[in-house]
Write a protein that binds this ligand. Structure first.
Ligand SMILES: Cc1ncc(C[n+]2csc(CCOP(=O)(O)OP(=O)(O)O)c2C)c(N)n1
Length: 632
């Protein structure tokens, strides 16, 4: 078809969807899908989820009046069609790259991105907030939350549903059910949705009701009458639906790829009062056979030309390999993930130990307290959770683990700067939010072998909670150690001697510090390098030693500077009365770091070896301040 005849070329925004016929919408869906496949296979990004919501997105933007009506996408990884239809089509090729479109919804990017996200389960709460604001301020717009069945397992989605049923305000919740999170979805709720989709009794009841609705002319009085009739139909037909018992009207299930059906059901939903749940059934990866058959592999894909060839394993690979090795020798070891079997590598662990691996769905809070219970019950639980998602479980870490000093092992993946996912996924707060907690031990390895030893150390340590954080990166490619060793708690190591300045680094920043030291040496500056290993407890002896020897300490971490590793070192130097030691804290600055490659982000934060060397050199060149003299 010649380009000029493409409907997509005429869509500048949602207003251009309003007059489209059914046939045109179907053609548009085809065009959006083709373009998505072309673009995302080229530049990478979330894939299957986006192919699954093409029709839904078109119908929503055709029926509702965004941004006056509020459409809120849960997580936002499935919002690519939404971006394409709301004026960002030309920039889709820049998605997730530095300066380009974000891979999720961001308020600053478009007035149609009503609410930013990246983490799952927030949409219903936010939508309910919008709905209440509308009510109290006397407006009448529609509010729609679109949430996947995976995100629906997040505790806060259920909390919001509970509240929505209580408030009873007008709110449309679209449950996009493709049976998948990143992995196949799990849980009793998931089994319930499967049943709902396939229950012939319920389908019959709904068909009757929908048929009935179809023939009713819909005036205001009619809508009220319908509400009453719907109640009696609901009571007449069984089984009842949980949503209805919770105070929401349930419509569906509807085929999310059938535009005519989708349009009918959403038009009906628009007329009804109170919270409505429309159960939309979609296929992840729809329209691309490989993606449909392998929804896990096609959840997100890499850009063409992204690192291929002889690839080194990731820290995640080393973590899970070591965990399996340790678990073979200790049957008390169990592993827990919150909907991230693939991401955390535990899918391998699950294969070998199916009964000792627990995917708890998108429920980080539950995961942590579940681990606390298992630990007290005599097991050795490892909570493998990304740094960013562990934020959800802060109170559980404080209240259920640390206060009770329970030996839970936290394997914190994607710690530090994470690259293309951007601000919502950065793992740059964990050192600050864990360091402030009594009883917590925190480690970060300088390389993959140290990660192996740290995992062994963590599983041997029974005095309380212990965390090991590691990056989203490939490893150095070292020979694995002959045997795993327990590291002494709270002991770092001096890797390089130097008399002018001490670079005290943690985790992957140790490698950058070593390289920076080389660069500084070329300028005649002799930098000592310390691998701190432990953020808590700190190796105070070693830090004191290098501080006294050099008089100048630079701390380096890929965590925010505030409250992180460097703060810990400053606290120690001040407690120890080492006032004359000059200090510089390098880390992530006090702002959210946008999507870009991890290397670009490190550079932006001044944490790549070259920037570290330059900053240290400049700082050393500054005249030292004369200490304040005490006022007589
Ligand atoms: C709190 C939280 N935990 C984990 C994730 C990682 N994550 C991103 S998408 C996703 C699956 C979402 O499934 P669903 O909502 O059903 O959307 P689908 O991809 O199936 O369309 C997960 C677990 C997240 N975004 N937020």
């Amino acid at each position: 078809m010649p380009m000029a005849e493409r409907i997509l070329d005429h869509i500048r925004g949602p207003q251009d969807l309003k007059g489209l016929s059914l046939k045109e919408m179907e053609q548009l869906a085809q065009e959006v899908r083709e373009e998505l496949i072309n673009t995302v296979t080229r530049v990478g990004g979330h894939f299957g989820s986006n192919l699954g919501v093409v029709e839904l997105t078109i119908v929503l933007h055709a029926l509702f009046d965004s941004p006056k009506d509020k459409i809120i996408w849960d997580v936002g990884h499935q919002a690519y069609p939404h971006k394409m239809l709301t004026g960002r089509r030309e920039r889709m090729g820049t998605i997730r790259q530095k300066g380009g479109l974000c891979g999720f919804c961001v308020r600053s990017e478009s007035p149609h991105d009503i609410f930013g996200a990246g983490h799952g389960g927030t949409s219903i709460s936010a939508a309910l907030g919008f709905a209440k604001a509308r009510d109290l301020l006397g407006r009448r717009e529609h509010v729609v939350a679109v949430i996947g069945d995976g995100s629906f397992t997040a505790g806060m989605a259920l909390e919001a549903l509970d509240h929505a049923g209580e408030l009873g305000t007008d709110l449309l919740i679209i449950l996009n059910d493709n049976g998948m999170g990143i992995s196949p979805n799990i849980g009793a709720l998931h089994r319930y949705l499967v049943k709902l989709r396939s229950d012939p009794h319920y389908r019959k009841a709904k068909e009757l009701f929908e048929e009935f609705m179809h023939f009713m002319p819909l005036g205001d009085a009619m809508v009220d009458a319908l509400e009453r009739v719907k109640g009696s139909i609901k009571q007449f037909f069984q089984p009842r639906v949980i949503f209805e018992d919770l105070g929401c009207t349930y419509l569906g299930p509807v085929d999310g790829h059938n535009i005519a059906d989708l349009r009918d059901i959403l038009e009906n939903a628009k007329q009804l009062k109170g919270p409505i749940v429309v159960h939309v059934v979609t296929v992840k990866g729809k329209g691309m056979p490989e993606a449909e058959q392998n929804p896990v592999g096609y959840h997100a894909i890499k850009a063409v030309g992204a690192p291929g060839g002889k690839k080194l394993p990731s820290y995640t690979d080393v973590f899970v390999e070591t965990l399996i090795e340790l678990a073979r020798r200790d049957e008390r070891i169990v592993a827990v993930t919150a909907a991230m079997l693939e991401g955390t590598g535990l899918v391998k662990f699950q294969k070998e130990f199916p009964h000792r691996c627990f995917d708890v769905a998108m429920a980080e809070q539950h995961a942590v307290t579940f681990c606390a219970g298992m630990a007290l019950g005599g097991l050795r639980p490892v909570a493998a959770i990304y740094s960013t998602f562990l934020q959800r479980a802060f109170d559980q870490i404080v209240h259920d683990v640390c206060i009770q000093n329970i030996p839970v092992v936290f394997a914190i993946d994607r710690a530090g700067l994470v690259g293309n996912d951007g601000p919502t996924h950065q793992g740059v707060f964990d050192l600050s939010y864990l360091r402030c907690l009594p009883h917590m031990v925190i480690m970060a390895p300088k390389d993959e072998n140290e990660l192996r030893h740290m995992l062994k150390t963590a599983l041997e340590y029974t005095d309380g909670p212990i965390a090991v954080r590691y990056p989203r990166d490939t490893v150095l490619g070292l020979e694995p150690p002959e045997r795993l060793e327990c590291l002494p708690i709270g002991k770092g190591e001096l890797l390089r001697e130097g008399r002018h300045v001490a670079l005290v680094a943690i985790g992957t920043m140790v490698q950058n510090a070593l390289q920076a030291a080389e660069l500084l040496a070329a300028e005649g500056i002799e930098a000592a390098v310390v691998n701190a290993r432990f953020v808590k407890p700190l190796d105070k002896e070693l830090i004191r030693q290098v501080a006294e020897a050099t008089g100048a300490v630079v701390t380096i971490e890929d965590n925010v500077r505030m409250g992180g590793f460097g703060s810990g070192v400053l606290e120690f130097l001040s407690e120890a009365g080492l006032y004359s030691v000059r200090t510089l804290v390098l880390g992530v600055p006090d702002r959210f770091i946008e999507h870009a490659t991890r290397e670009e982000q490190l550079e932006e934060c001044g944490l790549d070896p070259r920037s570290i060397a330059q900053r240290v050199k400049d700082w050393l060149g500054l005249p030292a301040r004369v200490p304040l003299r005490a006022v007589p």
